[in-house]
Design a protein around this ligand. Sequence first.
Ligand SMILES: [Zn+2]
Length: 311
Amino acid sequence: MKRHLTFVFLLICTLQLSALAQKRVLDPQVLLRDVQILSADSMAGRLSGTEGNRMAQEYIEKRFSEIGLQTYNNSYRHTFRLESRGLVVEEAVNLTGFIPGKTDKALVLTAHYDHVGERKGEIYNGADDNASGVGALLAAAAYFKKNKPYYTLVFAALDGEELGLQGANAFLENSPIALDLIQLNVNMDMLSLNDKGELYASGSYHYPALLPLLQQVKPRPQARVLTGHDRPEQGKNDWTRQSDHYQFHKRQIPFIYFGVEDHPHYHKPTDVYENINPTFYPDAAALVIDFVQLLNKKRPSLRATGSTTGS
Ligand SMILES: [Zn+2]
């Protein structure tokens, strides 16, 4: 009898462990290290066209290569010219790689890696905005490299967001894949700082076919998905035009934008690694991966249902 009970106990332990293992979609230490490196003082706020920005490019390129993303035209680097309020950057750089799926239809995952640089001698490190999105982008790439997706997944770390969403515009103007193959843009911008465990998924107002899928994303211990911040009557709290996803939306390509509510460190020198939330952030990044995985399983017909508003 005692032996029997021991066996049952061990069986339960094993089942629980495997349930935990199933849920683990990323390594929090790797995720946090990526953010720490990208938001270090040495990168000096990663303003487009600066040495710090170039260092961030090199780091992301190295990580894409370690993870094993494929290249378009033999390079992750795609350069474009950027102009904003007197600042000219001859060689702004988007970094793009992909994992082939079972279909050419693609999901484009984006996160901008640039930030606002230095002002009056102070570094704006941009840990949450948006080293955190890039960290999650890398974690998603590593996950889907090991778990073959149905859709082809394009991973784009974009430049020039802070200067008018110009990296996203350049990506779409010169897209490595036909725009009508893009089923959805999943944009990540500020994922690491929220005290209430709330990660917003914005965009289902424009693309209602995505709402049931977002509602199926199971909460994780430290973070859960809320929908909203996408209605025109919300004024400044409508995030439709706030980050790179707007360039996709303008071209009638559906988007979901993941991000947190504004916080006191937003666009301040205090947006540093030490101020991100090390328990919320890994779960928030995992929720984005859960959503992309759900899309690969359920394959909703997104372009057919279309946009309600267009721009
Ligand atoms: Zn941002």
